[in-house]
Design a protein around this ligand. Structure first.
Ligand SMILES: Cc1cc2nc3c(=O)[nH]c(=O)nc-3n(C[C@H](O)[C@H](O)[C@H](O)COP(=O)(O)OP(=O)(O)OC[C@H]3O[C@@H](n4cnc5c(N)ncnc54)[C@H](O)[C@@H]3O)c2cc1C
Ligand SMILES: NC(=O)c1ccc[n+]([C@@H]2O[C@H](COP(=O)([O-])OP(=O)(O)OC[C@H]3O[C@@H](n4cnc5c(N)ncnc54)[C@H](O)[C@@H]3O)[C@@H](O)[C@H]2O)c1
Length: 495
């Protein structure tokens, strides 16, 4: 729908205070503002809570900080595998959780009001409401302001999904927003959800010595990945003492003999699981209400995110949305990727518009074993009816992984049948999230496996696994006729 020039309800201003108003200073809003300021637009960024949004304050940064502490603990427990008789790791749960906050504080200046002000962004700390297609009202600690704008970028993010499970209201449940406030180590933790949040945090808490039960209604963890990935993850989790309960649907929370109990349904049977704390990690819902979308009639998608077109515009062609509030992905780097398109389309759409490109989206789940992916995996390819070949390199064979005591995992590359064109890659193993970068670049610039094979990789590094995966492909596509001719040629020379 084209934005009406006049509207019975709203009058289009003749002049504007800003070229672009951005609502929300998370990954999406920060990057959109940065780009708009870089091209000298007048940009106003509004944040009602914490600069940096979910990623800095309650998402990526605290979770990765906690993961690092708990990896160290897990490594010390494997000391004898490294020829060390014993390392004792004494720790205080509260101190580890405090370090997480210190890390957040150290990263915070990257996303701060000061930094963005210096970059040329007008930052307003307050709650924004869109009051007309060209006007945003901001309630701040000192009063209310109204700003007229040529375009609006909605980057209001998402929040943890908390379903109306009977009895939940009586339980002081945790989410990824609140778990960071814990300072007393829970004894028994139920983690509801087997997605990335559930998996990353279940492993962290188990490694801290918490008795963790992970509940997932699907038949496997990390359902977006191929089955063998989920199986490896579940096997490692069980080995580390996590009670992994698949095909368990949370039905009710009750108090039984003074204990908190989750009642789950497993294959038609009722299962009772006692716990002290429960973490709700069953997805995130877009923030779409309370700031003017309803009044404007901004359309939502069936997934309850803001409906956007290929240019990331809403049903108003000068109001855009990006990041978790728009989906379809919920990652910091996809929010940043979309932010470029919204900033450019909002500011220069009158001349040229760019459709967002989702052809090569990578991600990683930072558990051990680490899981990273770009493009198609086998289940996607089958669902989409795309023909593919598979080349798998087993990291158990990799020299560096062996020296590091991390010889577990694989690099799986999907290619077009008979061609070296990469359709997608899954890597499971140490530093998978870093290793995948080579394939992301290769896919982006249409570099095939032959070229990866012909590229020098430093010995001994984990990155050699990528070259060896390309080598497996090459071996499966040997030029048999030429090789048999060469064998005859060498035999003739010897004779
Ligand atoms: C535990 C956890 C771990 C994660 N780990 C990773 C990871 O390792 N890698 C990764 O890529 N992603 C990870 N994510 C996902 C990532 O955090 C999000 O995808 C990303 O932060 C989304 O950014 P955003 O800008 O869309 O939204 P947000 O970061 O949620 O920002 C939206 C902002 O808008 C503000 N806002 C909302 N309404 C208004 C209003 N009316 N007025 C003013 N301000 C408003 C909010 O206060 C908020 O600050 C993780 C998430 C969680 C929960
Ligand atoms: N490393 C990363 O990049 C990273 C880390 C954490 C989060 N994230 C982002 O945050 C998003 C949200 O993560 P998430 O793990 O909360 O959500 P998710 O949707 O990825 O996974 C939720 C899981 O909970 C299960 N579930 C839902 N209802 C249930 C019930 N009643 N009982 C049992 N199981 C139930 C689902 O089957 C699903 O497997 C992710 O999609 C991801 O984009 C990314």
């Amino acid at each position: 729908m084209k934005t009406p020039k006049t509207h019975p309800k709203w009058l289009k201003p003749k002049k504007f205070d800003s070229n672009i108003v951005v609502i929300g200073a998370g990954a999406a809003g920060l990057v959109a503002s940065y780009i708009a300021a870089a091209v000298k637009a007048k940009v106003t960024l509004i944040e009602k809570h914490n600069m940096g949004g979910d990623c800095l304050n309650t998402g990526c940064v605290p979770s990765k900080a906690l993961i690092q502490s708990t990896r160290l603990l897990a490594k010390t427990r494997r000391a004898n595998e490294f020829g060390i008789k014993h390392i004792s790791a004494e720790f205080s749960f509260a101190e580890i959780m405090e370090r997480v906050q210190q890390v957040v504080k150290t990263v915070a200046p990257h996303d701060s009001v000061e930094r963005y002000t210096q970059l040329g962004v007008e930052v307003i700390e307050g709650c924004a409401k869109i009051v007309s297609p060209w006007k945003v009202e901001i309630v701040t600690a000192t009063g209310t302001r109204r700003i007229t704008t040529l375009s609006i970028v909605i980057a209001a993010g998402a929040r943890p999904f908390v379903p109306p499970i009977p009895g939940l209201e009586a339980i002081d449940y945790l989410t990824s927003d609140t778990i960071w406030n814990l300072r007393e180590q829970p004894k028994r933790l139920v983690v509801l959800g087997g997605g990335p949040i559930g998996c990353e945090l279940a492993q962290c808490f188990a490694r801290l010595g918490v008795q963790v039960t992970q509940i997932e209604m699907a038949p496997r963890l990390l359902m977006r990945e191929d089955t063998e990935v989920s199986d490896r993850v579940a096997a490692r989790f069980v080995q580390e003492g996590i009670d992994v309960r698949l095909e368990h649907i949370a039905k009710q929370f009750i108090i039984e003999n003074g204990e908190k109990v989750l009642v789950a349904e497993h294959l038609g049977e009722q299962v009772h699981i006692a716990f002290d704390h429960v973490l709700m990690a069953i997805g995130r819902v877009a923030n779409t209400s309370g700031y003017g979308l309803e009044e404007l009639g901004v359309e939502l998608s069936p997934r309850k995110t803001i409906q956007v077109n290929a240019f990331l515009a809403t049903n108003y062609d000068h109001i855009f949305a990006c990041g978790d509030v728009a989906g379809p992905y919920q990652f910091t780097h996809t929010a940043a990727h979309q932010a470029w398109y919204v900033a450019v389309n909002a500011l220069f759409g009158c001349v040229k518009k760019f459709p967002v490109d989702y052809s090569i989206i990578p991600w990683a789940t930072f558990i051990e074993p680490e899981v990273a992916r770009v493009g198609l995996n086998e289940q996607d390819a089958r669902e989409q009816g795309i023909a593919y070949e598979v080349s798998v390199y087993d990291i158990a064979d990799l020299d560096r992984a062996i020296t590091d005591g991390e010889a577990d995992g694989f690099v799986k590359v999907l290619t077009r049948p008979g061609k070296d064109k990469i359709l997608g890659v899954t890597i499971v193993g140490d530093h998978a999230g870093d290793l995948i970068a080579e394939f992301v670049l290769a896919m982006k610039y249409n570099i095939g496996l032959n070229k990866i094979l012909g590229t020098i990789h430093i010995y001994p590094t984990l990155s050699e696994a990528n070259k060896y995966a390309a080598g497996i492909w090459k071996k499966n596509h040997q030029p048999e006729k030429i090789l048999s001719w060469l064998a005859r040629f060498h035999a003739w020379r010897r004779s």
